[in-house]
Design a protein around this ligand. Structure first.
Ligand code: FA5
Length: 343
């Protein structure tokens, strides 16, 4: 009997230590120590032995059982360890890699330069009490022309070549349409700006696009004069260019302002000495503006005898071009990531 026990011990120890998996280990355990296992079978026969033999064989069986259980546990721990190591090898993740730059390149998106300048302009004007308005890109003739003192067949319509829709509407040619909608909604005094995309049926070149961005500005109050207009334009330009910029006003014709001006700034590329951007004049035309025409106020249900106002229409693309020395307006819509990454 004792020899049989020794044989079970030797065979089981050998099988356990070479078991390739936890499943295999479990079947060895069942085969040897399970309810119908080899060692259990011997323990069951103890009753048939003499008291002396029973005590010896019993002790030895229990000792072997404890030993085998310990060997089983230790083998199981080894197998678990190697299983974890295998998994780690397969699913290995070095959490420091991203910061080391070795992970898949991740580049966050950024705002288009036109959005950046728009938000900048909005911040400048809202800090001076202006409200930001919006308006539709597909407009009616009324808001884009008629209410701006440009009736049908007026020659000024030719100043802005227009995309018409089949149902007689149009793609707004300027953000001035937003000021008309603003007057309808607001009671004077008020100060508003209206940034947005505008469209013109034009051939493109280095300084002309068929789709570009403007910001409209309008202030209506008592006794507004050209001095107010100049003050706000100077603040805007100082904030945008980070320094005092010399400006001049030239007469300019727009049916919705009287008097109307073209505001020029001292060329920042050559500091007024003359270059290709300012066409050797030392001045660059930046934004048209003027005092709101009484007819336009009337269209907006505002009494021109009591109220007056100024308005301006800034071309955002050209402003950015001036600020960064960009020589072709077509870059903005080119989708060229190398251009956009610079901002
Ligand atoms: C207007 O659009 C007027 N609504 C501006 C205005 C508002 C005048 C309020 C008075 C009072 P103009 O067509 O000049 O005006 O355009 C204004 C600005 O838009 C220009 O100074 C220029 O910066 C820009 N712009 C005009 N046409 C183009 C174009 N094809 N491509 C790029 N920018 C343009």
């Amino acid at each position: 009997m004792e020899q049989k026990l020794e044989a079970i011990r030797a065979a089981a120890t050998q099988a356990i230590s070479s078991a390739p998996s936890i499943d295999e280990l479990e079947s060895i355990r069942v085969k040897v120590l399970g309810r119908k296992g080899e060692l259990t079978a011997i323990l069951r026969t103890l009753g048939e032995l003499s008291p002396e033999e029973r005590s010896r064989v019993g002790q030895k069986s229990n000792q072997i059982k404890a030993e085998l259980e310990a060997v089983l546990e230790s083998r199981k721990a080894d197998l678990l360890d190697s299983r974890i190591n295998e998994t780690l090898k397969e699913e290995w993740l070095d959490v420091t890699l991203a910061s080391a730059g070795a992970s898949r390149a991740f580049e966050p998106g950024r705002l288009h330069p036109l959005s950046q300048i728009q938000y900048e302009i909005e911040n400048i004007f809202t800090s001076m009490g202006f409200t930001v308005l919006d308006g539709p890109e597909v407009e009616t003739d009324y808001y884009n022309f008629e209410a701006l003192n440009i009736p049908a067949h007026h020659p000024a319509r030719d100043m802005q070549d227009t995309f018409w829709t089949e149902d007689g509407n149009l793609l707004r040619t300027h953000t001035s349409a937003i000021q008309v909608r603003g007057m309808e909604r607001l009671k004077p005094p008020f100060r508003v700006i209206g940034p947005g995309r505008v469209f013109r049926y034009e051939a493109t070149d280095a300084s002309h696009e068929n789709t570009f961005y403007q910001v409209e500005g309008m202030m209506v109050d008592r006794d507004i004069s050209v001095a107010d207009l100049i003050y706000f334009m100077k603040v805007l330009l100082k904030e945008i260019f980070g320094r005092e910029v010399a400006i001049r006003l030239r007469p300019g014709y727009f049916p919705f302002v009287e008097p109307g001006f073209e505001l020029d700034i001292h060329c920042l590329i050559c500091d007024g000495k003359g270059c290709s951007v300012c066409k050797q004049s030392g001045w660059v035309e930046l934004l048209p503006c003027g005092l709101v025409h009484p007819n336009v106020l009337r269209y907006g249900k505002i009494d021109p005898d009591k109220w007056s106002g100024f308005a301006f229409g800034l071309g955002m693309n050209r402003l950015i071009m001036m600020r960064y020395g960009i020589n072709d307006i077509r870059h903005f819509q080119s989708g060229d990531i190398r251009f956009l990454r610079q901002f």
